[in-house]
Design a protein around this ligand. Sequence first.
Ligand code: SF4
Length: 244
Amino acid sequence: MPKPLKKTDSGNETILKRIVKTLALKLIDYYPDFKPRTRHDPLDELILTILSQNTNDNNSDQAFIRLKTRYPKWDQVARAKSGNIEDLISVAGLGNTKTRYILSVLKEIGDENLAHNRLKKGSPYHLDHVKKMNLENALEYLTGFKGVGQKTAACVLAFSCMMPAFPVDTHIHRILIRQGIIPEKMGAGDAHEVMYRITEPDDRYRFHINLIRYGREICHARNPECGRCVIRKTCVYIEKVVTQ
Ligand code: SF4
């Protein structure tokens, strides 16, 4: 979450706030057919997001469906053999690591809910208590689990709990660098902090979804389509290319 501002940051920050507001509005115009994401249960979203790390949506969706078809309840996954889980989710890659993260997250959540007597339909495998937290506490709580970074935590809070979280994925990270909003060397993890400081909470959900779509459709990693870009006025990347 945002650190206290340094005095010297304030001028720069005001400019960045203005730029991201302009970007958010331009993308709202560009994507009038905006559709919110399907809303999942928070624990489902957490596992789905772990599965989505370092792969595409198709593969992670397939892995999630295979896992839930074989084990419809998280209680069953928590008791399953790790080799069985790994086989089911292998399509999403990093099967061994993701299996470890999933089992470790389930164990921690299950143990903690049992200790607090927080059962949902008799099961300790849920994250309903997170919905009652504020954004800062919820981010801190979720990132406390092994394998859960800022992006994964923000996905759960933004998409399942409707909190003003802002996940920075690879597309958003690339566009933020090209727009000069974050330095080239800043990782996606640190970029979250910047975005919480310079975006308005009410803008975050739609801005996040529109930026990802823009990264996929226009501002590709290779050969971005700068000629038809609606945010090129503020783009530092195109300035560099043109002046070279
Ligand atoms: S001008 Fe090109 S590099 Fe810059 S944001 Fe647009 S598509 Fe991306």
